[in-house]
Design a protein around this ligand. Structure first.
Ligand SMILES: Nc1ncnc2c1ncn2[C@@H]1O[C@H](COP(=O)(O)OP(=O)(O)OP(=O)(O)O)[C@@H](O)[C@H]1O
Ligand SMILES: [Mg+2]
Length: 294
């Protein structure tokens, strides 16, 4: 656990995560067509995330979402700037953060249970206790009865559930998720979103979730941070005032959801402007079309 003395005096915050003046520059070597140059992947990113908050990062391909998540995970270092978790500077990976990446990244030679118990082994949790914990998380993600299967025997959605169970099992306070549902079909994606919200409500982890999908961002987040590319900057943070719990509800078809979706869509465009009509006054079918309120 960190102590507040690690944070410079000018930051007076009770945030779980503080991202302070992050820049990430890649030095691109000379190629046949281009001279050597510096590429700014992230520029002046400042962000605070509260304990138990669900923050979504959304932005076009190449705007630096994965780069920022890697820095938060401690898997990469910023060129300048600092990340604090609980007031302690992040200098590398640690078990206070669970990571779920795009493309499952399960160990193919391990069963579901052995995958889920991986972090517990690293934490040196005694074998006798590990089974009870893995049972709990396998059940939590709806994979009861699949503990002894290997990853190649599972569907894409099931593999993604295992990845979530593995990240949750060693009880990290922060869950970092990089497009975890991008590779599954639309119906499975919606049920995984529902399941993630249910689990989040049960465990109250602090979640940072990366997605390309405006709809996914609006459905999941307490706030949605909109990034823009070239260079990767934080354009605006949109507060999502939709009621919770949102899972197992028809919130996606509400006018309010349509308006939030539109707002995020607009921020992702080059020249945002306010809708002339408040979409709550529009019929639902019109309000959820990105251009309907123009
Ligand atoms: N090791 C690297 N060397 C040079 N450039 C890099 C490196 N890693 C990332 N980049 C560049 O930094 C930018 C941000 O990459 P990043 O992977 O963070 O984008 P992203 O927002 O996650 O995109 P996507 O939505 O496609 O996953 C991209 O333009 C990418 O080409
Ligand atoms: Mg990415």
């Amino acid at each position: 656990m960190g102590t507040s003395k690690d944070i410079p005096k000018q930051i007076t915050t009770d945030a779980k995560i503080v991202v302070k003046d992050i820049n990430r520059i890649f030095h691109l070597k000379k190629s046949k067509t281009e001279p050597a140059r510096d590429f700014i992947a992230l520029q002046d990113i400042n962000l605070e995330v509260k304990k138990g908050e669900f923050l979504v990062l959304v932005g076009p391909s190449g705007c630096g979402k994965s780069t920022l998540l890697d820095i938060l995970a401690g898997l990469a270092h910023p060129t300048s700037g600092v990340v604090y978790i609980d007031g302690k500077r992040v200098t590398g990976p640690a078990l206070d953060r669970g990571i779920v990446l795009q493309g499952y990244a399960l160990f193919p030679w391990r069963t579901v249970r052995q995958n889920v118990e991986f972090g517990l082994e690293i934490k040196k949790v005694p074998k006798g206790e590990r089974k009870g914990i893995s049972d709990h998380f396998i059940k939590l993600v709806g994979l009861d009865g699949f503990a002894d299967r290997f990853p190649h025997e599972l569907s894409g959605g099931m593999k993604q559930r295992v990845a979530i169970a593995r990240a949750l099992a060693y009880d990290p306070e922060v869950l970092l998720m990089d497009e975890p549902f991008a590779a599954v079909d639309a119906q499975t994606r919606e049920s995984l979103q529902d399941e993630l919200l249910r689990i989040w409500e049960e465990t109250r982890k602090t979640i940072i979730f990366v997605t390309h999908s405006i709809e996914e961002a609006a459905f999941l987040g307490d706030r949605v941070a909109v990034l823009t590319a070239n260079p990767g900057t934080l354009r605006e943070i949109v507060k999502i005032d939709l009621p919770r719990p949102r899972h197992n509800s028809d919130i996606r078809s509400s006018a309010q959801f349509g308006w939030i979706r539109h707002k995020i869509w607009e921020l992702l465009q080059n020249s945002p402007h306010e809708p002339k009509v408040h979409p709550q006054s529009l019929p639902v079918a019109d309000a959820i079309s990105p251009t309907a309120a123009l």
